[in-house]
Design a protein around this ligand. Structure first.
Ligand code: 13P
Ligand code: MG
Ligand code: MG
Length: 387
């Protein structure tokens, strides 16, 4: 059928009883719009889900990545859900809608956006079937995907497929974005495996650098990964909630397999986020449409696996990978890891880095104390030391 764009839009526009989950009425309001847009032929297909307090729209269409029409549609859906949230007195209504009237493209307006365009041709020699995964994470930043993406696309010790499949062995092109840059988008493109350690040097700092895209080197126009890599605190200038990123990862054939893509999530790797977005906590894989209900707003991630037919339809059936019993031992382990780690409270590395905390109220508290510090003269200090 030609080119299909897969767009995932995610926003927190209100939640029930704190930062837990959107209400059923909010989801219904958005679902009605998505169904209407499919009936009208504007969308090929669409699915409305939630992960913690973030609502995600996974849409297929032919308008192209960054299309003002598709982005405006998503914005209107989030506005409709905001109105429902306001009416019900829900917490944080409209939280992620940070600008008054976006220019069409939602990137930099608050909602998380990940998009990939590809040819959907069931008769294609290299890609007769289309398999893709959609990750949605809550209570963390876009750098949360750095560790799993590095593991899957760079490390044969973690992903044996890199050795077993000649198409994977050709390597990948990483696009990494500097999320601190405010004036213009600042990106670097690095080929792996040649530039592995340069990729590692950047991904080491997930608060600043995040994988934004990965392309195949077997067929260079094929994009395998798209991550929503923008920082809310850079848009708003202050802490307004965590970025809560989404990612699309295409799978099978010339790409890694789903089982290789999800394998790194068994670690429960540490990410910046959790309560008030200001802590360091391990990331827990959870079922789709789960609330965040645990202690300290444990960061969570969902993962749905889809197949797309020749007409761009995918939503009628899917596999909830992290909802499976296979992840229960991981959940328990990550919960225990989080509980143990939280016993250290606020001291040092259990709270987010100083760069992250710079957007929180701790800055005012430190400024307040500034005036009470004293500088002791050399002579007086000697008097204290030798009375
Ligand atoms: P969200 O970014 O998911 O709204 O969470 C913010 C928060 O401060 C939780 O404690
Ligand atoms: Mg919230
Ligand atoms: Mg959230």
């Amino acid at each position: 059928m030609g080119c299909v764009t897969l767009s995932v839009f995610k926003a927190d526009v209100g939640s029930v009883g704190g930062h837990t989950r959107p209400s059923h009425a909010m989801l219904q309001a958005v679902l009605r719009r998505v169904e209407q847009a499919i009936d009208d032929g504007f969308l090929l297909d669409g699915l409305v889900t939630y992960t913690g307090d973030d609502m995600a729209l996974t849409l297929s269409h032919t308008h192209g990545p960054g299309a003002a029409t598709a982005h405006s549609f998503a914005w209107e859906c989030f506005e409709a859900a905001t109105a429902v949230a306001e009416e019900a007195g829900l917490y944080g209504a409209g939280q992620d809608l940070l600008v008054d009237a976006p220019s069409g493209n939602l990137r930099g307006a608050g909602p998380a956006v990940a998009e990939i365009e590809f040819e959907r041709d069931p008769d294609s020699r290299h890609r007769p079937a289309e398999v893709f995964l959609v990750f949605a994470a809550d209570k963390c930043g876009p750098g949360a995907y750095n560790y799993p993406l590095y593991s899957t696309f760079c490390d044969p010790m973690q992903n044996g497929g890199l050795l077993l499949n000649p198409k994977l062995r050709r390597g990948f092109l990483f696009t990494i974005i500097d999320m601190e840059s405010r004036t213009a988008d600042r990106r670097i493109r690095l080929e792996v495996p040649e530039r592995l350690w340069d990729v590692a040097v950047l991904l080491q700092n997930p608060d600043r650098f995040a994988v934004e895209a990965i392309h195949s080197r077997h067929i260079p126009e094929e994009q395998v990964v798209a991550v929503s890599a923008t920082r809310l605190h850079n848009i708003a200038g202050r802490y307004t909630g965590k970025d809560d990123p989404v990612a699309i990862v295409r799978a099978q054939g010339l790409f890694p397999a789903p089982e290789e893509i999800v394998a790194p999530y068994t670690l429960g790797h540490f990410v910046s986020g959790g309560a008030r977005g200001s802590h360091v906590m391990p990331l827990m894989p959870i079922a789709i449409n789960s609330a965040v209900a645990g202690s300290y707003c444990q960061p969570v991630v969902s993962c749905l696996a889809f197949s797309m037919d020749g007409q761009g339809r995918f939503a009628q059936d899917y596999t909830d990978l992290f909802g499976d019993v296979a992840w229960e031992a991981t959940r328990l382990k990550v919960q225990q890891k989080a509980d143990e780690w939280r016993r250290q409270g606020f001291i040092g590395p259990t709270m987010a880095s100083q760069a992250e905390l710079a957007y929180t109220g701790i800055v005012q508290a430190l400024e307040h104390l500034e005036g009470e510090f004293t500088l002791e003269e050399e002579a007086e200090r000697e008097k204290v030391l030798q009375p």
